[in-house]
Write a protein that binds this ligand. Structure first.
Ligand SMILES: Cc1ncc(COP(=O)(O)O)c(C=O)c1O
Length: 382
């Protein structure tokens, strides 16, 4: 099992005192360890970090330095990558439905690899980037994923050959297939099933004269939750075995987001108010649903709240600092009783958190500090 970045109590207290709360602490060493873990367990597979999960530039730069490729969802992400000096050949514009602005930026910055899953998109790509390299995204079944992306994306396998032919007719470089089993997918079966589907489609395509060079197995690799710790190494071994059987001569890509950044960030937040309502205990924190905890809504994520108190657990409601009554993160969450000013540590807080935070009600987004930069200044204290 991997070990993950988690602040100690003295470090949490010292950082909160120095930098204030809410505070996000990002460990670039953990990001690198996560990248290395995937590279080691999926040897030969080209990792394309899905920037959307956490676009922090320092995190992206650390990955770029390690040789990572990138999955961009938009013009903004492609422009950021270009500004950081990432070569366009290391980027795939992996949004099946692209904006006109996104296609224009791809053309301008030299990004030439795209995914698509519909007839309309073929013409749009072919007009914007003639001869562009395309991968057809296939719909796969995986209702167990925490975030089921296949409700929105993916061509039904029975349409695949028709779409590949249409793309070829429009002059695109039809280069491969891709899928995404859904985010936080805890079993290898969804991947191995999808690899099986792609193998059958690949064989049918080869019979039709296509030479598919790439298979992109997407993201979805899981991180520990408060309820479950998955053996990712065992999962990846099954995926590796399926790839070796079905795609021995194909270049394989993956697009992990959560796995790379999720375990690399801790949130430090503070209790700023306490109230009893209908005999339920309420705790108001200085971070809420419109900030880092936006992942509760958009990512369906259940965050672990770690306190530095002992005692008998009670069920409590945790709310954010805004004036909106929607700004409630957790109800009936078990916790020891807390006091105003108590610090709460939230580990595994790096994916789909700060990325979707807002400044609603005028609250600034949580400051992000790099653990490897701040830990030395704390050394004297902790
Ligand atoms: C096309 C694509 N690739 C990769 C990812 C990253 O997925 P995950 O964070 O589950 O690894 C996503 C997430 O939405 C996605 O849409």
């Amino acid at each position: 099992m991997q070990s993950f970045f988690k602040l100690t109590r003295p470090a949490t207290e010292a950082l909160a005192e120095k930098h204030g709360t809410p505070l996000l602490v990002l460990s670039l060493d953990q990001v690198r360890a996560n990248y290395r873990f995937l590279a080691e367990h999926l040897p030969g597979v080209k990792v394309h970090y899905a920037v959307k999960a956490n676009p922090d530039r320092r995190l992206v730069a650390a990955l770029a330095d390690m040789g990572s490729c990138f999955d961009a969802a938009s013009d903004g992400e492609m422009l950021d990558l270009a500004a950081m000096g990432v070569a366009p050949g290391r980027i795939i514009y992996a949004n099946p439905i692209k904006t006109a602005g996104g296609l224009a930026v791809a053309k301008r910055t030299g990004v030439n690899r795209f995914t698509f899953d519909s007839e309309h998109e073929i013409g749009r790509i072919a007009r914007a980037v003639p001869g562009g390299t395309v991968l057809l995204r296939i719909r796969v079944e995986n209702p167990q994923a925490l975030v089921d992306l296949n409700k929105k994306f993916g061509a039904p396998p029975e349409d695949a050959l028709r779409l590949l032919r249409l793309a070829r007719e429009q002059g695109l470089d039809v280069a491969g297939l891709c899928f995404h089993v859904g985010s936080q997918s805890t079993s290898a079966k969804a991947y191995t099933d999808a690899i099986g589907v792609c193998r059958r489609l690949g064989e049918a395509a080869a019979a039709d004269g296509f030479k598919l060079r790439f298979l992109d197995i997407g993201g979805g690799f899981p991180i520990p939750t408060p309820q479950e710790d998955v053996d990712v190494a065992a999962m990846l071994a099954e995926i590796r075995a399926a790839l070796a059987v079905s795609f021995p001569d194909t270049e394989i890509w993956c697009e992990p987001g959560r796995f790379i950044c999720g375990t690399a960030v801790n949130l430090v937040t503070r209790v700023i108010g306490i109230q009893t309502r209908n005999s339920q205990q309420w705790y108001f924190l200085d971070e809420g649903l419109y900030g880092t905890f936006s992942g509760v809504i958009f990512d369906h994520w259940d965050f672990a709240l770690e306190t530095f108190r002992e005692g008998k657990q009670i069920a409590a409601t945790f709310a954010g600092p805004s004036c909106d009554s929607f700004d409630v993160m957790f109800r009936d969450k078990l916790t020891v009783p807390l006091a105003v000013d108590d610090l709460i540590l939230v580990p595994n807080c790096g994916a789909y958190t700060s990325a979707s935070a807002t400044t609603f009600n005028g609250f600034a987004k949580a400051n992000i500090v790099i653990w490897e930069e701040v830990r030395d200044e704390l050394a004297a204290k902790v």
